[in-house]
Design a binder for this molecule. Structure first.
Ligand SMILES: Nc1ncnc2c1ncn2[C@@H]1O[C@H](COP(=O)(O)OP(=O)(O)OP(=O)(O)O)[C@@H](O)[C@H]1O
Length: 421
């Protein structure tokens, strides 16, 4: 049994997060047994390392290792892919074919996105797990195989069981041991480490000098939510390495490329559907949100002034703020282009100290109702919209759309099905 460090080195796993380390240790520990393992984690967190570790640390390591993307195989062919078929089993089956379970006899099969398996395939899989028996499509002859199964899912499989989309008996069979992989936002300490590693890999690959992030930019990426996890971080490191001329990347540049409301909360202006410039839209969305916040602050301030108009002390302390707010407004007036919008205060700018007062508006007669939210703040709606836009932009090319969205092709395939796109 190899040590944690040896495994990390062998598989190129970067990071020192305790939960990640514990997950790797668990994989090493269960590897020599034949117990089924279910790996759970969001898309892009590195689930694929785990079945490989388990296979590599088991007695099966000299036999076949097969990874199957259950979400990417059409329903009509999945049984034939997994279990094989006889000649003439269906139109086009001109000869018999071995399935993955036959080929991987003595080895390990990784079933990625196992929640995507159709119910009929789930029954066949359960039988293999219970007795090692299966039948090729179009055959009535039972065959035996000895395969270790490691499955992975980024959907809540338990919920799929509750909705009768996944068999409960299969769920418990697969889930004898569960390994949970934390999302990147819960391993903040690893983010800059990973970025440096990816940046160095891309510098070597493209024969360019290394890029570096300014301390503020490092802080920003460490606090960014990374919905596409490590895959998104890797794509981002590549984009910055290749596109940016400066080798030291400032906070302003990072925020331009990676607005904080990114990916999920994105402008969904229907009129603007044909525009392909995601970055600009994300930036605009941030500008709008910031403007909305400013407006609400101003409303609260105005209300405060009206309420305290006789209080001299208060008047004195807000005088400066009023001046600043209106002065800034004068300077910025009529200029709302993203490039002119000051997303980051200048290094020498005074830190704003004003906190808008909190009110119970119920007694006031003034209209202080909040400004309307953007069209939809539903994550699902926005995700669906983003996927539609990405597919439109790349003329239906899933690989390119998935890259831009920072998700795997399989996840994109699954989401296309989920949203009936
Ligand atoms: N800790 C890590 N160190 C280095 N690279 C990592 C790490 N975690 C993930 N990666 C890299 O991030 C990318 C995404 O990982 P992987 O494909 O394993 O994600 P996943 O969880 O299986 O996602 P999906 O469910 O979408 O298939 C891969 O290129 C992988 O090598």
């Amino acid at each position: 049994m190899d040590s944690l460090q040896t495994i990390k080195q062998r598989f190129g796993i970067i990071g020192n997060n305790v939960v990640l380390n514990r997950a790797i240790e668990k994989a090493i520990q269960v590897a020599p047994t034949d117990i089924s393992v279910l790996v759970i984690g969001e898309s892009g967190v590195g689930k694929e390392f785990f079945p490989k570790i388990i296979h590599n640390q088991s007695a099966r390591k000299h036999n076949a290792y097969i990874a199957v993307n259950c979400g990417a195989i059409p329903e009509g062919t999945i049984d034939s892919e997994l279990f094989g078929h006889e000649k003439g089993a269906f139109t086009g089956a001109t000869q018999a074919r071995k399935g993955y379970f036959e080929v991987a006899d003595g080895g390990t099969i990784f079933l990625d996105e196992v929640g995507e398996l159709p119910l009929s395939t789930q029954i066949r899989l359960l039988r293999i797990l219970e007795s090692g028996e299966f039948m090729k499509v179009g055959s009535s002859e039972l065959q035996k195989t000895n395969v270790r199964i490691v499955a992975a899912t980024n959907v809540k499989l338990k919920e799929a069981v509750e909705k009768a989309k996944f068999r409960e008996d299969l769920y418990y069979r697969l889930n004898t041991i569960q390994i949970d992989i934390p999302p990147l936002r819960e391993r903040k300490e690893d983010i800059n480490l990973l970025f440096r590693k990816f940046a160095s890999d891309f510098a070597n690959k493209y024969r360019m000098p290394h890029i570096e992030l300014s301390p503020e930019a490092q802080n920003y990426i460490a606090n960014y939510p990374w919905p596409g996890n490590i895959r998104q971080l890797r794509n981002f490191a590549e984009q910055v390495s290749v596109v940016e001329k400066e080798r030291v990347i400032s906070l302003e540049k990072i925020m331009e490329l990676l607005p904080h409301s990114s990916t999920m909360l994105t402008v969904t202006n229907k009129k603007d559907k044909n525009s392909s410039d995601f970055m600009e839209r994300e930036l605009l969305f941030k500008v709008l949100l910031d403007m909305k916040k400013d407006l609400n602050d101003l409303r609260a301030l105005t209300l405060d002034l009206i309420k305290h108009k006789d209080n001299e002390e208060f008047n004195g302390s807000t005088q400066e703020l009023i001046q600043r707010v209106y002065q800034e407004q004068d300077e910025d007036e009529h200029d709302f282009t993203p490039s002119s919008y000051n997303l980051v205060p200048a290094a020498n700018a005074p830190k704003p100290t004003y906190q808008p007062p909190q009110y119970d508006y119920s007694d006031d007669v003034y209209d202080v109702s909040p400004i309307e939210e953007p069209e939809s703040l539903s994550l699902q709606d926005n995700e669906k919209e983003m996927i539609k836009l990405a597919l439109e932009k790349h003329k239906g090319k899933r690989k390119m759309a998935a890259d831009e969205l920072g998700i795997s092709e399989r996840t994109l395939y699954r989401k296309i099905k989920q949203y009936h796109l």
